[in-house]
Design a binder for this molecule. Structure first.
Ligand SMILES: CCCCCCCCCCC/C=C/C(=O)SCCNC(=O)CCNC(=O)[C@H](O)C(C)(C)COP(=O)(O)OP(=O)(O)OC[C@H]1O[C@@H](n2cnc3c(N)ncnc32)[C@H](O)[C@@H]1OP(=O)(O)O
Length: 363
């Protein structure tokens, strides 16, 4: 016999009434349906005067009840019991946490991308190489950001797997030279870099960096394009561009002086001064530092709460902040990428990269 063909007893109805109090908040639309069915089941068709237009809540309740017209009390009672039973079973199944492997989005080799609780998490996943960013990883991060910009998540997070957030550009990117020669490689890499950074400039939703450990190079510079940066007390922030014969990217030549003042920015970007998490926070690059022992727990509790805020309001707020600077940031990105295209062809850069790859130097 189908559920609707059964007649809910007064006992079923009372048990649904107590069950509803234990449910996870089902949202306003369902709450209105429950209210209307309850009133219809207990009092019959709507019999109160329509509230005034400014009495928004009572008017919505009245409208929902009134919309049930002359639905018989018994049917309303049955519909109430059915609705609560549906909500209980879906809330039971959603409270079972699926293992990460089941939630993982397919199609990425260097990342683990998951969406849960209105949060899309993009995790760099080359822990054995300190999450160094290969050409494939640049491309996959761009794909993941584009997908996250269109999915139904409210916020997006970038983080790293293992003990590092990221050691920046994978220096073996310099070894894979195509038959067309190093100049062509430098040219295509400058386009890749520009497109990569543009994805961060244009990202339309709140973007949060969860810096789980040390960060080097481009993984540090793009932090200036995030809306929020949470760091473990174990994290460090290092941009050794001069040591590598290179120059800043990720719009850091503009965002860093703006965030921390020109003197502090120069120490990082020209002289490669490494900052602790506490120093990066004092200088405004990091939003908040959490003790490493409680980092993941505290940060994700915070993010889950933020992800429940109205998503459209958050998106519009971000866009209002970002739009004012977008054109400027794009121009700076293009200029930094052009400068690097030349740097990559310099002896200073070639020697530094070779020193690392032949293990004569470590930062
Ligand atoms: C012709 C032009 C082509 C260019 C293409 C460019 C595309 C866009 C570029 C955008 C510009 C970006 C700039 C930057 O990001 S600059 C910063 C670059 N990063 C570094 O210089 C860091 C180098 N790594 C280190 O100094 C150390 O590894 C580190 C301090 C990070 C960790 O040291 P530790 O002792 O703890 O660990 P290991 O060194 O043993 O590392 C473990 C393994 O991981 C490998 N590794 C780590 N980082 C990198 C890296 N950045 N690139 C390549 N490989 C890396 C390391 O070699 C170890 O591997 P093995 O276990 O196989 O030895």
């Amino acid at each position: 016999m189908s559920k609707t063909a059964m007649r809910a007893s007064q006992k079923d109805f009372e048990s649904a009434l107590s069950q509803v109090k234990r449910l996870k908040d089902p949202g306003n639309e369902v709450k209105l349906k429950l209210y209307a069915l309850y009133k219809q089941a207990t009092e019959g068709p709507c019999n109160t005067p329509k509230p005034g237009v400014f009495d928004l809540i009572n008017k919505a309740k009245w409208d929902a009840w009134n919309a049930l017209g002359s639905l018989p009390k018994e049917t309303a009672r049955q519909n109430y019991v059915d609705l609560v039973s549906g909500l209980s079973s879906s809330s039971d199944s959603s409270s079972q946490v699926k293992p990460e492997a089941d939630r993982k989005q397919p199609g990425y080799e260097t990342l683990v991308v998951t969406s849960e609780d209105s949060i899309t998490k993009i995790m760099m996943n080359r822990p054995a190489k300190k999450n160094a960013i290969t050409i494939q990883m640049y491309n996959e991060i761009m794909l993941a950001l584009k997908a996250a910009s269109k999915d139904d998540s409210a916020i997006t997070v970038l983080t790293g797997n293992g003990d590092y957030y990221s050691s920046g550009n994978d220096l073996s990117n310099f070894t894979d030279i195509p038959p067309e020669g190093i100049e062509e490689k430098a040219k295509s890499s400058a386009i890749l870099l520009r497109d990569f950074v543009d994805c961060f400039i244009d990202f339309p939703k709140p973007l949060i960096a969860v810096v789980n450990g040390p960060a080097v190079g481009i993984s540090v510079t793009i932090l200036g394009l995030f809306d929020t940066v949470y760091a473990s007390s174990r994290a460090t922030f290092h941009t050794p561009f001069s040591h590598l014969g290179q120059s800043p990217e990720g719009c850091s030549s503009y965002t860093f002086p703006k965030i921390m003042g020109p003197a502090k920015a120069a120490e990082m970007l020209i002289f490669g001064k490494k900052l602790t998490a506490a120093e990066a926070c004092a200088q405004g690059l990091v939003t908040e530092v959490f003790p490493d022992s409680t980092f993941q727990k505290e940060v994700w509790t915070r993010l889950k709460a933020y992800s429940k805020l109205p998503p459209n309001a958050m998106r519009i707020s971000k866009q209002v902040i970002r739009n004012r600077e977008k054109e400027k940031l794009r121009a700076i990105n293009a200029e930094e990428s052009r400068a690097l295209q030349e740097r990559w062809l310099s002896d200073e850069c070639t020697n530094a990269v070779m020193n690392f790859l032949t293990r004569k130097a470590k930062l």
